[in-house]
Ligand binder design. Structure first.
Ligand code: HEM
Length: 272
């Protein structure tokens, strides 16, 4: 993480006092995979409500298949590189997320075994989920995940409602985070001090109303990492730069699977 931020800061050096676009293209490894996943998420997003005809492949279908092949190959290349470096020794795959997946892939116990397709699925989830990071009040006003989805296994009673099994429920995170009954009349304002006495106080004793990372057994497993990542990156940046928003900035949050600034975030970097 620290190494990634250092590489990014090194790249920023020529931009002192100039305008720069905040972007995700500053990762050491996997930059191309990020770009491909970005394309894939925008294809998924613009096709989410379209009906697909199984006999006809639209341009988006062909492009997403091409991207999928690229990601698959990139992932297999990374796995093969690790296998080569470790001499095929399972215990040398490492204890990070990828190492643990590879150990499970080679497990002789069927209960723990994961297929290459499972590994690629997990890898995509981590890459997509792992690069949407900010913290605190920003996550309330602009939660990257705008709604949570659950499919009911059985009929349930929810308050006065009886909801049949196999129903898909969408829980509107954005709406809840902007609810004036919970957050007060100034719910639309950026006020980080709301959280100065913890989430319970900020939510008027309804902590389940602040759910940028979801809730329950499927709650985001990366939440601690994401929060620490944001703190490390921000403190490293602020030791070297202050920054101001460029007048070219246009405030236009839009949903492309997750919430994004439609026209990016141009800023001015001022070396300290
Ligand atoms: C600010 C950053 C992040 C936000 C706002 C966020 C938010 C979320 C949300 C809302 C969910 C769905 C939870 C639910 O359905 O209840 C989720 C799931 C997930 N997140 Fe994150 N996430 C972030 C960062 C990360 C990072 C850094 C990683 C990994 C390194 C990660 C890995 C995952 C995974 C694997 C899941 C799927 C969990 C499951 O289905 O059981 N996330 N995330």
């Amino acid at each position: 993480m620290v190494e990634c931020v250092e590489v990014m800061l090194e790249r920023w050096k020529p931009y002192g006092g100039k305008e720069i676009e905040l972007s995700v293209a500053s990762y050491v490894e996997g930059k191309d995979i990020f770009q491909m996943l970005r394309k894939l998420t925008s294809i998924i997003s613009r096709n989410a409500h379209k009906i697909q005809l199984p006999i006809f492949k639209a341009r988006d279908n062909l492009e997403s298949e091409m991207i999928d092949r690229f990601i698959r190959k990139s992932f297999i290349d990374i796995v093969e590189k690790i296998e080569k470096e470790s001499g095929g020794e399972v215990n040398s795959f490492g204890d990070d997320f990828l190492g643990s997946l590879m150990k499970a892939h080679y497990s002789v116990d069927d209960c723990y075994k994961v297929t290459m397709d499972d590994m690629i699925g997990e890898f995509k989830t981590f890459y997509i989920a792992g690069h949407e990071t900010t913290t605190g009040e920003t996550l309330r006003l602009y939660p990257p995940t705008l709604s949570l989805i659950r499919r009911l296994k059985h009929e349930v009673n929810l308050g006065k409602l009886k909801i049949p099994g196999n129903t898909r429920l969408h829980f509107p995170v954005l709406f809840v985070h902007h609810d004036t009954e919970i957050w007060g009349e100034d719910a639309h304002l950026f006020k980080p001090q709301r959280f100065s006495q913890g989430v319970a106080k900020a939510t008027n004793n309804n902590p389940e109303m602040f759910i940028p990372f979801g809730s329950g057994p499927r709650r985001c497993p990366g939440s601690n990492f994401a929060t620490k990542e944001a703190k490390i990156a921000l403190s490293m940046i602020l030791q070297r730069y202050s920054f101001t928003l460029s007048p070219a900035y246009v405030h236009s949050p839009c949903e492309v699977l997750t919430l994004w600034p439609k026209f990016g975030i141009p800023i001015f970097l001022h070396p300290l």
